[in-house]
Structures are given as C-alpha cells and as structure tokens.
Design a protein around this ligand. Structure first.
Ligand SMILES: N[C@@H](CCC[C@H](N)C(=O)O)C(=O)O
Length: 287
C-alpha cells in the first residue's frame, strides 16, 4: 500500500492519504510540507480518508485541507477524486467499480453529506450533489478591493464563496484581486473568490482564487457557487457549462435551488515517502 495517491481534476490537484492504511498525523505543518511544490510532493490540498472502515450503505468520512495547512469544510473536486479513490481501493464495499453506472457513495465532511455517483469509471466522470446554497444577501453588495469598487455576491455552499460578476475575467485579475477579497475584513473566516463572466445563458467563465490555496486552475465548489449566483441574478438557465483555466465542468440548478456538478478526475500517481522526508514530516520511519 502506497503512502499517498495523487489525483487531479481539471488541474486542481490533491493528495489522498488513507489513515486506515498509513500512519500519518495531519497538522497544518505536515500538510503544508506535503503540498509544497519544491520541498514536498506538491498539491493544492490533501484529503485524509476514509476516517473509518467503509461499510456498505453508510456515509464515508473524509477530512480536507488546503495547501497552506488550513482545514476546509468541502471541496467539489476533492469529493469527485475521493469517490474514485474509494472505488479504486475499496472496490465492492461502498462503491462497485465493476458496475460503474450504479456506483454511488455518500461522502461525509464537516459540511455535511454529499452523494457522489461515478457515471463513467474509465473516464473518471463523477456527479456530486453539492446541496442548496445559502446566499448572504438578496442582491449584490459593494466591496472595495485595492482601488476597485466591486459588486459581489456572497454565498455558502458548505464552504464560503464570493462571486464577482464582471464583463471579462483573467488569471491576472484573479491573482491581483483574489487575495484582497479572500481575506477582506468583511470575511473573517476567509472566502473563496470567483471572477465570473457570463458568456451566454448556458455558459460561464470563471477564474478562481481559493482561500488557503491561492490561484487554482479549477475548483468544483467555485464552479457551483458561480453558477448559483449567475442563476440567482437571472443570467443563466438551469444547466450551465463552467469554463475554467483547467477545463470545463457541468453544473445544474434544481427546482429547490439544489446544485449538482458533473466533471472528471483522474489518478496521477501513487508513491511512498522517503525515510528522510517521512522524518521531516515528523511521522517517524516505518520499521
Ligand atoms: N478546490 C476546491 C475548493 C477547496 C476548498 C477551499 N479552498 C476552501 O478553503 O473552502 C473545490 O474543488 O471545491
């Protein structure tokens, strides 16, 4: 059994560490070192799970960390990756990779339960029910970031998001304004930030600045938050393709406002920590 398994979803990458199979204590320090792209393995975050032996029909727990070592409540891409991890490593327990069309599992994070269905195991295509967003206000509110006065929409989808609708968006803009908004005094717990441009009623483009991870090529919960905000503003219909720097994802808004996302994820690598790195992680070297 490897120490870690690395996944990516549209360029948003996470390491899965399985506490049932690997002795690893997650702290802000160990997660930061693991995610460091120069000193560690490198990732936007870490998924620690399953937190208990998976049992058929029961939710499977996981803990999620950002690359800066902070814990986070939810990650849309992370949930898709973790559903694949369970299918690949626990097979016929909670999920059944031999019957991909029927493979499903309920994933439990501190944000609650999310049902994940593996629609196509070979393609890594997974659908996740992300819940109903809670909007902070009915209409956009003004926010000053640097020299810019912006109208933003705040919402919670298990984790916090702030959507900034604009005519055009770019990675440079996200890198410039993202950190100012993510840690703006208006958001004491920080926020993930989506710069949103509506291309037509079925397509949006977003650039993402993640709380705890910075600029990322894609974010599942961000895609859902931006779609929910655009839908609330009446700018898009119920089914939306979300374009991000790392690729596209589909997001749907249900009759009660419930958000469902569908997208791909893939395993990139498995690996073992060297004894020296394990010692630097402070985890001790296995005998
Ligand atoms: N990449 C994620 C979002 C991860 C959580 C976020 N950085 C937070 O602190 O809430 C996704 O795919 O949703």
């Amino acid at each position: 059994m490897s120490d870690f398994t690395k996944y990516q979803a549209l360029g948003n990458d996470y390491l899965v560490i399985d506490p049932l199979r690997v002795d690893f204590t997650a702290t802000a320090q160990t997660v930061r070192l693991l995610c460091d792209r120069h000193l560690g393995v490198g990732a936007d975050g870490v998924l620690i799970g399953p937190t208990a032996e998976p049992r058929p029909g029961e939710p499977v727990g996981l803990r999620i960390f950002n690359s800066d070592g902070s814990p986070c409540e939810k990650s849309g891409n992370g949930l898709r990756m973790f559903a694949l991890y369970l299918a690949e490593h626990y097979g016929a327990g909670p999920v059944r990779p031999e019957e991909p069309a029927e493979t499903s599992v309920v994933l439990r994070t501190v944000a609650g339960d999310s049902r994940a269905d593996i629609l196509d195991f070979a393609e890594g295509r997974v659908r996740v029910e992300m819940g109903v967003p809670a909007f902070a206000t009915d209409a956009p509110v003004g926010l000053t970031a640097g020299a810019r006065h912006l109208d933003v929409i705040g919402l919670h989808l298990g984790n916090p998001h702030t959507v900034v609708p604009l005519d055009e968006v770019s990675a440079d803009l996200a890198r410039e304004l993202g950190p100012l908004i993510a840690w703006h005094p208006a958001y004491p717990e920080g926020t993930n930030v989506q710069f949103l441009s509506v291309l037509d009623r079925g397509t949006i483009r977003i650039e993402v600045w993640e709380r705890g991870a910075g600029y990322t090529l894609a974010s599942g919960s961000s895609a859902c938050a931006a779609t929910a905000a655009a839908h609330r503003l009446g700018l898009v219909g119920e089914h939306v393709v979300v374009e991000m720097a790392g690729g596209t994802m589909e997001v749907s808004v249900g009759e009660q406002g419930e958000i469902t996302m569908t997208g791909t994820a893939e395993q990139v690598a498995t690996g073992d920590f060297s004894p020296a790195f394990r010692a630097r992680l402070g985890q001790g070297v296995p005998a």
